[in-house]
Design a protein around this ligand. Sequence first.
Ligand SMILES: [Zn+2]
Ligand SMILES: [Zn+2]
Length: 260
Amino acid sequence: MIQIEALLAFTDNYLWLLQDNQLHQCAVVDPGDAEPVLRWLADHPDWTLTDILVTHHHPDHIGGVTALKQATGARVMGPALETIPACDIALEDNQRIEVLGLEWQILHVPGHTLGHIAYFHTDDEFPPVLLCGDTLFAAGCGRLFEGTPAQMYHSLSRLAALPDATQVYCTHEYTLSNLRFACAVEPDNQALTERYAHVSQLREHNRISLPSTIGLEKSTNPFLRSDCPAVRQAATARSGQNDLSGVAVFTAIRSWKDQF
Ligand SMILES: [Zn+2]
Ligand SMILES: [Zn+2]
């Protein structure tokens, strides 16, 4: 099994470093900056960077790709529908790839950007792993820069259908501010109140709040809870409309968050 370590970049980006401790091979997800990865490799001279996995084309996710490829010769993979620098393998929905000896399924999850993909691995022994970039965040979701609310709603529904035990590795440390908003949507959600207290403590000590799990997100993330009566009610009050569809609930909550 691989180990996953967070390398910090900019103010709140995590570059996930997937590590095979037996072969001393690693892969990195969304290196917006090459520097933290090059520093790690310099500190671990017997390790090889084999792959660079990209979820979408925003600069804070691709900024270090070219420099890293030049320095290491690592294979670059990214979404087929977006322009990714130095890309060797353009990935499409449901395609399967092998990275660090594990099989990963590609999920096309448009909304934040139109070509955004996530990487999902599952086997019989360990909890599944989801690398989801800026689509699903802990207690939140990415802004809709390119896609429609309906696209994002369907993308998030697809991720929510993964096993509850799935470990969720998103790119940004936005959890605490996302939870503040989630509590405004659902002030009476006990699981949410507990999570807010827990993450507040972690962040006070400058500790990482990730990974999350799909199960935890389903119980505390308003963007995965359009079916929940309290979330529907909040969306109804916010939009002034009744009998909202799941997409309409999501749309109302997302636009509320944009102004929160
Ligand atoms: Zn982004
Ligand atoms: Zn980002």
